[in-house]
Design a protein around this ligand. Structure first.
Ligand code: ADP
Ligand code: ZN
Ligand code: ZN
Length: 739
């Protein structure tokens, strides 16, 4: 063989583009070969993009002379470690989504944009040696400086923002003055973005027997993969089990990831961790600035943060020492991304624990049927907490038969009377209605015309604050008509009940008590939800009115009555998950009642009080209810006993989505094994949205591998279909949303 030259290496680079494959590039000659996980700047068509090297090889499947060179290597060492890269690769394959775009999911903006990264160098203030010895009186009349010195003496380190909050805006010039006198100094901040609470270090609670058994079971598997389902009724002390487990794992030098639903990453949640741990903690949620997100991400990635609390996308954060994942409220639908990269953070987390060989705990009072089935079949270990912790007891649930009531615009007299009684007893009442706005319909009383969004062909919701018609499907908004466009009558009225109207009705009934409405409309402003929660926690007698935002995770000790205004819409849902979701929602809302010593009460208004689903939920609880639903799913051949893959399509031209999906069906049947069944194509339940006609095709299989075997080829064939350019289409593996 001839003496070979140094072999030519090619870099396989994942590029943030809808194009599914990776592309080969030549490494630059003057720097060492970039390792997988490194960011590179590459030419792509007429653009320059930031890609990530996913592998290197001496072979290429591209036309070698045409391969372009990398323009720049952006990191000296890989930005993403091998396990993180592998995690993205798996998720990209499983969810049939381009790797280059999947890789972007959890990357902070600066990282995506190719900025050079430095470790966070935020500075905090400390007293210098002479500052520590100083007699504050020697500062004379410099009051602000005196205060600063005193705070720094108490807290030892504080950053500028904290000092400004504690003292005033003039803290900054005063700090500069102290710095000039060398009484204070600036030191690099620790990696956390939520400083531990320095005053209180809350003690662990004495666990009850069930909690102790659960903790012990998990503790025995800290060195291996195992998935636990902690099924604990609301208020049973699941969080206490997490906290004690986390303490142990962090003490062993490992990192812990805690995933929480979008809505429940509140200061209250974070506060609970702050009070318990001194370990550096970072949070990831939508409220962070780019800078905060970047700092947290870097601290997580370099291992200096021990506890990571985040919503869905945090599951992809690189964590070199990860030793435990906790998924709180694991049934929550916000774990599944409903657009673009349609992954389930819960399922990705389970894969991550499995490959990383550490335990994962799924916790919920109302487990998803998927998780419950895995626990019952022995794939996961089931841990049960059947009673409330401490001295609290579960609330009694009762149905109010609306057929017998003199219905006062949706609030029955029996209910009003109960509310009155609780308020007189200085308690709080939670009124739940999962429909925001004033009324779901605007009707002409003379000719029957209904105001409808032309782009969605669904009725507008009437809002009063501010007064307008709003489409809850496409967010379109228009002024309230003064006259009916059909018959010119002015006899228009809102039909049905939304949270706004409920608030008004309650205000009228109980003028002496504050009514706090919590829904997407009242909490749009950042921090407003926290403010409401603070008012509620002050303990004053009041009524809370709200949507499912109120149902999740909150701990309102003074709420003694929970009223569910309308349970019926969930009973007759067309979605096969409708009853499961209703059971979860009702149980979670009910769980807000009676969380301290005094027992709580739950009243559910229904026109179908004998409905077996409602009856079973109320008499036997979610656990039994869910197990019954599982049996129905088994006989009905529905998930979790079969797997679904949904192909959705939409287009401005009416027939196109169905045409495209017809072709898709033919392709799927050619590529699929005998395990594959197709349903549809059919018009989607929401057949038109924002001016686009929508349709779906559902593929069903008994084995997940069926989709995995055919998936990539199916996508490749779909992409070259002539109609594929004229419709917008997507693939959703394990879909939750069939709308
Ligand atoms: P969950 O997460 O299951 O809803 P929490 O952990 O929030 O339950 O606990 C509910 C309440 O019970 C909290 O106020 C918590 O402090 C208290 N609690 C939890 N465990 C215990 C325990 N072992 N003894 C006494 N109180 C407890
Ligand atoms: Zn009319
Ligand atoms: Zn609309």
């Amino acid at each position: 063989m001839a003496k070979s030259a140094i072999p030519q290496f090619y870099l396989q680079v994942a590029i943030p583009s809808r194009v599914r494959q990776c592309f080969d590039y030549l490494p630059p000659a003057d720097v060492p070969l970039p390792l997988p996980g490194t960011r590179v700047r590459v030419p792509f068509g007429r653009q320059t993009l930031i890609g990530i090297v996913v592998s290197t090889s001496t072979e290429t499947s591209f036309d070698a002379p045409k391969i372009k060179a990398v323009l720049e290597v952006l990191d000296d060492e890989p930005l993403l470690d091998v396990p993180t890269l592998a995690l993205h690769r798996w998720a990209s394959t499983y969810y049939l989504f381009p790797l280059g775009l999947a890789l972007q999911t959890s990357l902070p903006k600066a990282v995506r944009e190719g900025k050079t990264l430095h470790a966070p160098t935020r500075l905090t203030w400390q007293l210098s040696a002479s500052g520590l010895e100083l007699n504050p009186d020697s500062l004379g009349r410099a009051q602000i400086q005196k205060q600063l010195v005193e705070y720094l003496r108490t807290y030892s380190t504080l950053n500028t923002a904290e000092l400004t909050t504690l003292v005033s805006k003039s803290a900054v010039p005063a700090l500069k003055a102290l710095l000039a006198k060398q009484l204070v100094m600036q030191v690099p901040a620790k990696a956390d973005n939520i400083p531990p609470d320095r005053d209180t270090k809350q003690q662990s609670l004495q666990l009850n027997d069930q909690q102790a058994t659960a903790l012990q079971a998990i503790r025995l598997s800290l060195e291996t993969y195992k998935c636990f389902l902690l099924e604990g009724v609301t208020g049973s002390g699941k969080t206490e089990v997490y906290l004690q487990l986390i303490a142990e794992v962090v003490a062993a030098g490992k990192q812990v990831m805690v995933l929480v639903p979008e809505i429940s990453l509140t200061p209250q949640t974070v506060e609970r961790f702050r009070q318990r741990f001194q370990a550096p903690t970072v949070t990831f949620h939508s409220g962070l600035s780019d800078k905060q997100r970047l700092d947290g991400w870097l601290a997580a990635r370099n291992g200096s943060a021990s506890i990571i609390i985040g919503t869905r996308s945090a599951v992809f954060t690189p964590l070199p020492r990860l030793g435990l994942i906790i998924i709180d409220e694991e049934h929550d639908s916000s774990y599944k991304q409903q657009e673009g990269f349609r992954y389930s953070a819960r399922d990705v987390a389970i894969y991550r624990a499995n490959t990383g060989k550490f335990p994962i705990v799924l916790g919920s009072a109302t487990p998803a049927l998927e998780s419950l089935q895995n626990a019952l079949s022995g794939r996961y270990q089931l841990l049960e907490l059947t009673e409330r912790a401490g001295s609290a007891s579960l609330p009694a649930m009762q149905i109010l038969d609306m057929r017998l009531q003199n219905n006062n615009e949706g609030l029955s007299p029996a209910l009003l009377q109960q509310i009155r009684q609780q308020l007189t007893n200085n308690r709080q009442v939670l009124v739940f209605l999962n429909r925001r706005g004033f009324a779901p319909l605007l009707l002409c009383r003379d000719c029957g015309w209904i105001a409808e969004c032309p782009r969605c062909e669904r009725s507008y919701t009437l809002h009063q604050q501010p007064s307008c018609l709003r489409c809850h499907h496409c967010d379109a908004q228009k002024p309230l008509p003064r006259q009916c466009p059909g018959c010119s009558s002015t006899n228009l009225s809102g039909i049905g009940l939304g949270t706004e109207r409920t608030e008004t009705l309650l205000q009228h009934e109980f003028p002496d008590y504050p009514i706090i409405r919590i829904d997407r409309d009242t909490t749009r402003l950042k921090g407003s939800l926290d403010q409401y929660i603070e008012t509620i926690n002050s303990g004053i007698p009041c009524i809370l009115v709200g949507t499912q935002m109120l149902a999740k995770g909150h701990h309102f000790p003074r709420v003694s009555l929970v009223a569910v205004l309308d349970a019926d819409s969930g009973l007759f849902s067309a979605d096969f998950r409708g009853q499961e979701n209703l059971g979860q929602l009702l149980t979670q809302v009910a769980g807000r009642a009676g969380r301290s010593e005094e027992p709580g009460q739950v009243l559910i208004q229904s026109y179908h009080p004998q409905h077996p689903v409602l009856q079973q939920l109320i008499t036997s609880g979610y656990g039994v209810f869910a197990r019954t639903l599982l049996e129905q799913r088994r006989t009905g051949r529905l998930p979790p006993f079969v797997y679904f893959l949904l192909i959705g399509a939409e287009a401005a031209e009416r027939g196109l989505p169905l045409q495209f999906l017809d072709e898709a069906r033919t392709l799927a049947q050619e590529l699929g094994t005998r395990d594959l069944q197709c349903f549809g194509p059919m018009t989607s339940p929401l057949g038109k949205k924002a001016g686009k006609f929508r349709a779906q095709l559902i593929l069903q299989a008994n084995k997940r591998t069926t989709f995995q075997r055919m998936g990539q080829q199916l996508l490749a064939s779909l992409e070259v279909l002539p109609q594929s350019r004229r419709v917008r289409w997507y693939v959703d593996v394990d879909p939750l949303d069939f709308s």
